[in-house]
Design a protein around this ligand. Structure first.
Ligand SMILES: Cc1cc2nc3c(=O)[nH]c(=O)nc-3n(C[C@H](O)[C@H](O)[C@H](O)COP(=O)(O)O)c2cc1C
Length: 354
């Protein structure tokens, strides 16, 4: 078995069983303003949205988890079929294993069980320069992906004694790919700043997955694997702060420590288009299989609908304009970084753009 495949299995085992979360995504510093007079019927609240050209029944994406080994096929099939049934998006894990070994393509290909929903491919930015655009486009086409996530993970690589350290070609490679296919630039747990977002917009990416701090920590995973030469896992931009930095620059997915329907509602209130989750999905799968994942997301979506109702939001666009108050460390962050947090507290128009 190749190193890439061995690492995939190890990641699945460690993430399913060990304490790999660290820090706080700062959703606790966000409070949606309660609407005691919602003037909406809870049963009529519309959680649907459109993202990257696809209709979703709720603004939720199963973030990249796996691919490459035979266990991945079983997991991806279960997750993608839930995504199809509930009308949420689904991202495959890094396709590097299938670029190295085309025989592994099947472990990512879930279009048979998910013919309609949004499917996101995945490749590492640091690996991108090794492959021609043609090859990456083929990897996307082979699994019927609608867009390609390019994951950017400098902290994870820097923590590893034998990581890939050369990120000098990343932005050019991203720009090259983005000129041909829709690209989602995706951090994996350390967040994306406004400066990064502006650079990514110049590179032509379609969206950003902020992959913020406060959920699964890859630096910590590598510590558990004894493959970290000592950098701290207390590093990164918490997810809520990262969404506030990026939202006005590009369509944004809030991933990293999103754990409930309330977190999803807060992420959308902060301006994200969708929220993503990985670790709780893997855990729900390990505990209850496909049905466990379905139950988990049904609860998240039902709760999300209630919080929409309680902010007086009849649809996702209205929730994106709902009033919310930012406090604590997140407020301090906004003050230091000149992010207009006060604007969120008294928004009269649902679609106000700053
Ligand atoms: C087991 C596991 C494997 C992952 N593999 C990938 C990957 O191959 N590519 C990627 O972009 N992100 C990968 N991620 C990162 C997630 O997509 C997500 O960005 C991160 O875990 C933060 O979300 P969370 O706090 O909900 O887990 C993986 C996460 C987990 C838990």
């Amino acid at each position: 078995m190749s190193q890439t495949k061995k690492r995939k299995l190890e990641h699945l085992d460690i993430c399913a069983e060990q304490d790999v979360e660290y820090g706080d995504a700062w959703f606790k510093h966000v409070r949606l303003v309660h609407d005691a007079l919602p003037q909406k019927d809870l049963n009529q609240v519309n959680t649907g949205t459109r993202f990257l050209g696809k209709k979703l029944k709720a603004p939720i994406i199963i973030a990249a988890i796996t691919g490459g080994v035979k266990e991945s096929k079983v997991i991806n099939t279960a997750l993608a079929s839930v995504a199809e049934e509930l009308g949420i998006g689904f991202g495959v894990g890094s396709q590097r294993a299938m670029l190295e070994d085309p025989g592994a393509t099947e472990t990512y290909n879930v279009r048979d069980v998910a013919p309609n929903t949004l499917i996101l491919g995945n490749i590492g930015a640091v690996n991108l320069p090794q492959y021609s655009t043609q090859k990456v486009k083929k990897a996307m086409k082979d699994i019927g992906a609608d867009a390609m996530c390019v994951h950017i993970n400098p902290a994870q690589e820097a923590a590893q004694p034998e990581g890939d350290y050369d990120f000098t070609q990343c932005i050019q490679s991203i720009a090259k790919l983005a000129s041909e296919v829709p690209v989602v630039a995706k951090e994996v747990g350390n967040g994306v700043s406004r400066e990064n977002a502006l650079e990514l917009r110049r590179a032509g990416v379609a969206a950003i997955d902020v992959g913020g701090f406060g959920g699964t920590s890859w630096v910590l995973v590598d510590k558990i694997r004894k493959n970290n030469h000592g950098i701290s896992h207390d590093w990164g931009i918490p997810t809520a702060a990262s969404v506030m930095e990026c939202r006005a620059v590009l369509p944004t997915i809030a991933t990293g420590g999103v754990r409930s329907g309330l977190d999803v509602a807060k992420a959308i209130g902060l301006g994200a288009e969708c929220a993503g989750m990985a670790l709780p999905v893997l855990r729900a799968y390990k505990k209850g299989g496909r049905e466990g994942v379905k139950k988990f997301f049904q609860k998240v979506i039902d709760d999300f609908r209630v919080y929409m109702f309680l902010t007086g939001s009849g649809n996702v666009a209205e929730l994106r304009g709902a009033n919310l108050v930012v406090s604590g460390e997140l407020k301090e962050w906004c003050e230091a970084r000149d992010v207009n947090y006060k604007w969120y507290a008294e928004r009269d128009l649902p679609h106000t753009i700053i």
